[in-house]
Ligand binder design. Structure first.
Ligand code: MAN
Length: 519
């Protein structure tokens, strides 16, 4: 009795061990992943329910090589159900799931490197998982390295694209400003040419009209400058009112003194300028009736002196302004006014009022040169706008690769493709080149499939076209070219532009495509 009492703990431990082993054995079901063992436990009455709930069967009917459940869940380890799934553990590599109809079919399934899919005696499959696992890890590591290098190259492409876009945007603004200036200069030259042409062919009356035009321009300029003077006057007035009176800044005090002095004389001078501007109408030359002559006549001399009169009229106003303006205003205002007055007298109006052929020719050349410069700048601007409007990918990763070309010798032909550009097929026999199409669109949201279309039409067939599928690589290259349909080419390519961070995969699944490859 005592003996039995002493042995009791050992007996209990043994019983526990036996029970645990039995439980584990019943829990593991052939063809089922460990995380699903729980679903394959028997009910207390020894039955089991199909995973889709369609039927209750005896627990012993699992893997009995007879398909009971609609979803095939009762036969994970046999090929009895057409739609079941078989799990192979592939220890040393990555677990995998294949269609269960490939179980015991006499073929060692590539996806089950442990050979567990074949236990029916038809064939013995060796466990290759150690070697397969090692090769896979080597591949993964080199893939990871090339992906990292590709990602670094892609970062560079993105950075360069950003710089390029900034440059284009700056150039665009500069060109837009330049075109406005050049256009106004071109229009001025055009006006001058018209004036000269008119003066060459019409009566002096016309010349007088053109003088009136010029006078109008001057009057307009003076009005604008007077407005500007008003605004500067108001700025100085504000400064006088709002400046800190306790802070004795000599520059401010002297500006205010100049402003006060200016204001004392301003109203009187302004009135006199307005009178002058109004009076200019009275001074305009009367219409002349004489025909144009080679040599200047007395009348023309008169008109010349009236030109001088206009010059002195404009200069008088400038001098008046100069005499009343405080120093702070003088520079900004007179710097603008003086060149206008001088230019309009010197350039816009021919001194004699009569233009000769050489003057007209010269003016035409100047106008045509200015016109073609505007055209050239406008074309440059349009090119930049077009370049900016192109879709270069989510991070503009394709911008710097646009028109970068790669080629591949495939024996009979050498194929070439320029990214976002043209693709060609060149015969290696006679070097004749066939156009395969120009870039038309990205086929997917990832910018990894490029379509080139509208190539040379195939005899009795469609226009040639290319579908390029691009994988991540450090360099840009064509890996292989095929022609799955007549005149429809498929380019497999590499480029850093499509590289993405690797998503770790833990399980290889071939649910939809069982791989049957004889060893
Ligand atoms: C050429 C090549 C081929 C193509 C045939 C169609 O030989 O462009 O790729 O299939 O024309 O006639």
């Amino acid at each position: 009795m005592v003996q039995l009492k002493n042995k009791l703990p050992c007996i209990l431990a043994a019983i526990t061990l036996v029970l645990t082993a039995a439980e584990a054995a019943s829990a593991s079901v052939r063809g089922v992943a460990p995380e699903k063992y729980e679903l394959y436990k028997a009910s207390s009455d020894g039955t089991w329910t199909c995973l889709d709930g369609s039927k209750i069967i005896s627990h012993n009917a699992i893997n009995d090589d007879y398909c009971d459940c609609v979803d095939g869940s009762d036969e994970p380890g046999t090929s009895a159900c057409p739609n079941g799934l078989f799990y192979c553990a592939n220890v040393g590599h990555i677990p995998s799931t294949i269609k269960s109809y490939a179980v015991n079919d006499g073929v060692c399934d590539e996806a089950c490197c442990d050979g567990s899919d074949e236990n029916g005696g038809l064939i013995t499959c060796p466990n290759r998982c150690k070697a397969v696992g090692e090769a896979y890890r080597r591949d993964q590591s080199s893939l990871q390295q090339s992906t990292l290098a590709g990602l670094a190259a892609k970062e560079k492409l993105i950075e360069e694209a950003e710089n390029q876009v900034t440059l284009w945007e700056e150039q665009q603004i500069k060109l837009e400003d330049e075109i406005i200036l050049k256009k106004s200069n071109m229009l001025r030259l055009q006006r001058e040419l018209k004036v000269l042409e008119a003066a060459r062919t019409t009566k002096k009356k016309t010349k007088c009209q053109s003088n009136v035009l010029e006078i109008d321009t001057l009057k307009h300029d003076i009005t604008i400058l007077l407005k500007e003077l008003e605004s500067l006057k108001s700025i100085l007035g504000d400064m006088k009112r709002d400046h800190n009176h306790n802070f004795h800044d000599m520059a401010v005090k002297s500006a205010i003194a100049g402003y006060d002095d200016f204001m004392n004389r301003y109203e009187g001078i302004k009135e006199s300028i307005n009178d002058d501007v109004a009076n200019i109408n009275v001074q305009e030359p009367e219409e002349q009736e004489e025909e144009e002559e080679e040599e200047p006549t007395i009348e023309e001399e008169t008109i010349d002196s009236k030109e001088e009169g206009k010059h002195s009229f404009a200069m008088t106003i400038v001098e008046k302004l100069e005499s009343i303006l405080p120093d702070v205003l003088k520079k900004s205002l007179l710097d603008k006014l003086v060149p206008i007055v001088k230019n309009d007298n010197k350039k816009a109006i021919p001194h004699s009022g009569i233009s000769n052929e050489a003057d007209v020719e010269n003016a035409r050349k100047l106008y045509e040169a200015a016109d073609s410069e505007v055209d050239q700048l406008t074309a440059e601007l349009q090119k930049i706008k077009d370049d900016l409007a192109i879709d270069y990918g989510t991070q503009r990763e394709w911008l710097k690769l646009k028109d970068v070309c790669v080629e591949k010798d495939e024996g009979e032909y050498t194929y070439s493709l320029c990214f976002l550009g043209d693709a060609y097929q060149k015969s290696n026999k006679d070097s004749t080149r066939t156009f395969l199409g120009k870039f038309s669109n990205f086929d997917d949201g990832n910018y990894k499939t490029h379509t080139h279309s509208q190539g040379t039409r195939c005899w009795n067939g469609p226009e040639r076209s290319v579908k390029a599928t691009i994988e991540c690589g450090v360099n840009n290259e064509i890996i292989e070219v095929s022609e799955p349909e007549k005149c429809e080419y498929h380019f497999r390519m590499l480029s850093p532009a499509v590289c993405q961070r690797i998503q770790e995969s833990t399980e290889k699944t071939t649910n939809n495509k069982p791989i049957h490859e004889e060893l």
